[in-house]
Design a protein around this ligand. Structure first.
Ligand code: I3P
Length: 105
């Protein structure tokens, strides 16, 4: 599936991420990868995003971010390499659908 999500880097290389601002992305779930593009037009150019905007969901842990209360509809993705991301969906159903699709892939 695809859709607009806001992403915040939380943990990177085992440490609190340095760049922690929320950024809007057009996200494409493709096999075991989440491709985080700037916008839909960029996603259609057939290029891979830079490494920081490419998330492997293989063996990830993905669930509602109950500990993050500043925004609603936020889920947390812990990648196998320990990187953690917060992802804000459009609404509750959208969030639950992303979590399900990520689990199913
Ligand atoms: C970050 C930015 C994020 C904020 C984060 C700040 O600063 O304001 O929005 O996360 O807080 O470090 P900068 O723009 O300078 O990168 P929240 O929106 O979740 O508060 P944090 O470091 O406490 O996570």
């Amino acid at each position: 599936r695809t859709g607009v999500l806001h992403k915040k880097n939380d943990v990177a290389a085992g440490k609190k991420a340095a760049k922690r601002d929320w950024k809007q992305h057009f996200v494409v779930l493709q096999g075991h990868l989440l491709l985080c593009y700037k916008d839909e037009a960029e996603s259609k150019l057939g290029k891979m995003p830079d490494a920081e905007d490419l998330i492997s969901i293989k063996s990830c842990i993905c669930d509602i971010a109950y500990d993050y209360t500043k925004r609603k509809n936020v889920f947390r993705l812990r990648a196998f390499n320990g990187a953690e991301y917060l992802l804000e969906a459009q609404d509750n159903d959208d969030m639950l659908d992303w979590i399900k699709k990520i689990h199913d892939n």
